[in-house]
Write a protein that binds this ligand. Structure first.
Ligand SMILES: *[C@@H]1O[C@H](CO)[C@@H](O)[C@H](O)[C@H]1NC(C)=O
Ligand SMILES: *[C@@H]1O[C@H](CO)[C@@H](O)[C@H](O)[C@H]1NC(C)=O
Length: 369
């Protein structure tokens, strides 16, 4: 008797549970179907059916395959356009998994967003620049900076509120380097651009406090350096590649020295354009994490600027030795990006899918130095 009663009770429970599940899936399907990608374009402000989204937001465990793949299941809100730079949203390159993600700058979606990305520069002025409404449960706040610690302020503004980090640092939750190399499938014959000049430096931020200026002043006593940029030789952007390519060496001097802080000075102005970078930045070992040891010259390899200058002059007279700095080009190529900001945000999608269900960062300043 008792066991029959138990069985019928079990059946009743199963019945109730499955009707609830069917109801849930039905509502979810119809609710999710209405707002399409287009309806959420940033131009039209459409108030979302929040109740529907909150079901999804609050239950990331619901089987994803139940939803057709063109329905966004993760909403990623860009709190600001980073430093005012705009770019097309929801057009991520195929190489970055952005399936089921919807990117938006529409703050009216805050309460249903799965993640909000805060670009540090745009919120560092005061805490009041951050979202003020209560944070929906399970929403990730992502701290984003491509600037080095020396170039940003007020990191304490973001203490105890962020869940993930995105920066050029390898140990960020979302690693966004200024560039990277991809191994080529087969060897490639690279032709070094024709060289008619020696050393170039493109610099817009002429700051006497920077270590690089001191070094430059010493270096130029021993070797001719052509300087482009604000207050110096003009370099229209359309001529940049052509003009810099004729130089044998490029001074890829970073504006500040921090772990992993290796910028477009190396990636674009040297590697892409086809000059040999003379780098000033983190230690040689740090560069070698990202690029071949024989692809660059580090100021640290020399005990003085004078010694570096005489090395460069000796390379100038020894074509074979100079050309060895391009050997890596037959095995690797520089990966080109449409825009570093666009690429960064696109990466958030996959990172969210893989994020720990709970994480908090007491102090960004403690880590980002
Ligand atoms: C840092 O915070 C102070 C006080 O909130 C503010 O006045 C200042 O503008 C901020 N600095 C930057 C660079 O955002
Ligand atoms: C994010 O961090 C905040 C502040 O520590 C915390 O309240 C929240 O639960 C965290 N969210 C996630 C998804 O880890």
């Amino acid at each position: 008797m008792a066991s029959r009663k138990l069985i019928s009770q079990t059946w009743a429970i199963i019945l109730i549970l499955s009707s609830f599940l069917i109801f849930l899936l039905f509502t979810l399907y119809h609710g999710m179907k209405l707002p399409t990608h287009k309806a959420y374009s940033t131009k039209q402000k459409i108030v979302p059916d929040c109740s529907m989204y909150s079901i999804e937001v609050n239950s990331r465990t619901l089987p994803q395959q139940k939803m057709s793949s063109d329905l966004p299941s993760l909403i990623i809100l860009l709190w600001t356009w980073p430093s005012g730079h705009t770019f097309p949203l929801n057009q991520c390159p195929a190489s970055i998994d952005s399936s089921n993600c919807l990117f938006t700058v529409d703050r009216s979606l805050y309460s249903v967003a799965n993640a909000v990305v805060f670009h540090h520069r745009d919120v560092s002025g005061s805490k009041s620049l951050l979202a003020q409404e209560p944070r929906p449960p399970h929403q990730y706040w992502i701290w984003f900076s491509l600037e080095s610690p020396s170039n940003i302020r007020n990191l304490s503004v973001v203490d105890n509120i962020m869940n993930l980090t995105m920066s050029y640092r390898v140990d960020s939750d979302i690693f966004m380097p200024y560039g990277r190399l991809a191994k080529l499938d087969k060897q490639y014959d690279f032709t070094i651009p024709e060289k008619t000049a020696l050393v170039a430096w493109l610099i817009s931020n002429w700051n006497l406090k920077h270590k690089r200026l001191e070094y430059y002043k010493e270096l130029k006593k021993h070797i001719q350096i052509d300087i482009y940029g604000k207050h110096h030789l003009p370099l229209p952007s359309e001529l940049k590649f052509l003009n810099l390519a004729k130089y044998k060496f490029y001074l890829a001097f970073e504006n500040s020295i921090h772990e992993d802080y290796i910028t477009e000075k190396l990636w674009t102005n040297s590697f892409l354009i086809g000059t040999v970078p003379v780098v000033m930045g983190p230690p040689r070992k740090n560069y070698e994490r990202f690029i071949p040891p024989d692809s660059f010259i580090h100021v640290e390899d020399f005990s003085s600027a004078k010694e570096l200058a005489s090395y460069l002059l000796s390379l100038d007279k020894d074509d074979q030795k100079y050309q060895r700095y391009f050997n890596w080009k037959s095995n690797y190529q520089v990966v080109k990006m449409r825009s570093i900001f666009e690429t960064a945000y696109c990466k958030v999608c996959k990172a969210l899918k893989e994020a720990p269900s709970y994480r908090t960062i007491p102090s960004i300043a403690e880590w980002f130095k």
